[in-house]
Write a protein that binds this ligand. Structure first.
Ligand code: BES
Ligand code: ZN
Ligand code: ZN
Length: 498
């Protein structure tokens, strides 16, 4: 799907485009000086040009001698002291956007003399990681115009001093890319292909990486009395699934999992009987985004053999209107024993999460729980596509997730779920209702509802409705599924748990 990566310690002349990354000192290091001599000094001439002098400046060069035609791209990443290690992948993404569509292979060399805060190999692999993340495409259904949409870039070669060290840095990043790409693929799949059953099968593929995966089918879900999730699933011909996953990366395989990730997996949300307007309804294929992140994250953690015990649960249903669908006003009983008055069948994500969270806590007894869901339109009104909303009963957990967001660029903002909102979801006839009382704070009502099932363990709910799908290109992803949440929580696990 994307390009092949290789590492080399020398630039071979038969390679395609040569990309030279410079810092603002614009000095040529040894191997670039060698190249410069070979190409009659065109590089040392180019670094004197005005266009290269500022941060982000670039210059494309063509060298012709006899039959040999060489394309070289010089790029100035600016002042290294201003660049933190966490932003280097973004530079890679920016560089990718500069490349012409016809480039087949690139050789990347870093010409950096100044002292880096990290070793050269780490720096180079981060650039590569950014290029890879940005190069993702989803064209599997372009059947008749396959060639037009096929990416021409098939190979990227990284020139480094120490190949083994570069591989050591790149391996976990590669695992992360694979997790992010899985999430993007899953949210991009249409709902006739990705049903609860096929999404569960995608999760089962993680077994190959050593993840333990268990899939509950309809009969078992009924036996566990998951009435809230089943109420949503009732209207659909596609049966629900509940999938649990565990990754035991530490030596102490028996210890309590540090965290359990729980995901909303509504493979299509029509709204049910409280049906949505038809304009834009196609977007609701990505209403399984929370579960997509959880599955992609487990792939990344297992792929890089994270030294941690983590677990996950995803609740997979399709929300359809039909003669068998639940109605507004129905009362359902969740597996926790709580009764819920379903005022609006379109507030289905929280119903699914009620049973998924209860199952996660009973099965795994995790130390913390983090759920992800494309839960509300209200969070998009509050925060837009720039940040996801985080709701938490624990300051430390909220702050750790916030910090991971700043570091990865998958940013979050904390929103309230305090006692002052308790009355919002009170029902006159049941233990609670599934919508707020219409006094605004719609994203908080959703969080408040989920909180009822969490009890007293540290918990964070991340509402990713605004960030799961992008309508425009960004530095690290093209239009479409963003994979938001995988890099955020991979960093959270790495920095605060491992
Ligand atoms: N899946 C939607 C939320 C959503 C909306 C995600 C737009 C992404 C983009 C969710 O199930 C929903 O419909 N929520 C309702 C809740 C309301 C009925 C209380 C909403 O936000 O309108
Ligand atoms: Zn809905
Ligand atoms: Zn939904």
């Amino acid at each position: 799907m994307t390009f092949k990566v290789s590492f080399n310690s020398e630039i071979k002349s038969n390679t395609g485009l040569i990309l030279i990354i410079l810092d603002d000192s614009l000095q040529l290091t040894d191997h670039i000086t060698k190249l410069d001599k070979k190409y009659d000094g065109i590089l040392s001439d180019a670094v004197k040009l005005e266009t290269l002098s500022k941060k982000g400046g670039s210059k494309s060069l063509y060298y012709k001698k006899g039959k040999e035609v060489k394309e070289i791209l010089l790029y100035n990443i600016g002042n290294l002291t201003e660049l933190s290690i966490d932003n280097i992948d973004i530079v890679g993404g920016e560089i990718f956007s500069l490349l012409s569509n016809s480039v087949k292979s690139i050789t990347i060399c870093c010409s950096i003399n100044k002292k880096l805060k990290m070793i050269q190999e780490e720096f180079a692999t981060k650039i590569l990681h950014g290029i890879k993340l940005r190069s993702y495409t989803f064209y599997k259904y372009k059947l008749k115009s396959k060639n037009k949409f096929k990416s021409s870039l098939t190979e990227v070669e990284l020139i480094v001093k120490d190949i083994n060290s570069a591989k050591k840095y790149y391996n976990p990043l590669k695992a992360l890319e694979e997790g992010v790409f899985l999430t993007r693929n899953l949210v991009s799949e249409p709902a006739n292909i990705l049903t609860p059953k096929t999404l569960a099968e995608e999760a089962e593929k993680l077994k190959k990486l050593g993840v333990k995966v268990e899939v509950l089918k309809l009969a078992q879900i009924k036996r566990l009395k998951m009435g809230a999730l089943l109420g949503v699933a009732m209207g659909s011909a596609n049966e629900p699934r509940v999938v649990s996953m565990s990754w035991n990366g530490t030596k102490n395989k028996k210890s309590k999992p540090e965290v359990c990730f729980v995901g909303k997996g509504v493979t299509f949300d029509t709204g049910g009987i409280s049906i949505k307007p038809s304009g834009g309804m196609e977007d609701m294929k990505w209403d399984m985004g929370g579960s997509g992140v959880v599955i992609g994250l487990m792939k990344a953690l297992a792929g890089r053999k994270a030294n941690v015990n983590v677990t996950a649960v995803v609740g997979l249903v399709e929300n359809m209107p039909s003669g068998k669908a639940q109605r507004p006003g129905d009362v359902v009983i969740a597996s926790s024993g709580h009764s819920i008055e379903v005022i609006n069948t379109d507030a289905e994500g929280r119903l699914v999460l009620a049973d998924a969270v209860t199952y996660a806590i009973r099965k795994f007894k995790p130390k913390r729980l983090i759920d992800l869901a494309t839960l509300t339109g209200a969070v998009i009104v509050s925060l837009g596509p720039q940040r996801a909303g985080v709701f938490s009963n624990n300051d430390e957990l909220a702050s750790n997730i916030f910090d991971s967001g700043e570091k990865t660029g998958e940013k979050v903002w904390r929103m309230p779920v305090g006692k002052e909102y308790d009355d919002d979801i009170k029902s006159p006839i049941a233990d609670m209702k599934n919508v707020g009382s219409g006094r605004g704070a719609g994203a908080t009502s959703g969080a408040k509802f989920i909180e009822q099932f969490v009890k007293d363990i540290p918990w964070a709910h991340i509402d990713i409705a605004g960030v799961t799908w992008s309508k425009s290109n960004s530095k690290l992803f093209p239009t479409g599924g963003t994979g938001f949440g995988v890099r955020l929580l991979n960093t959270y696990v790495k920095d605060f748990i491992e």
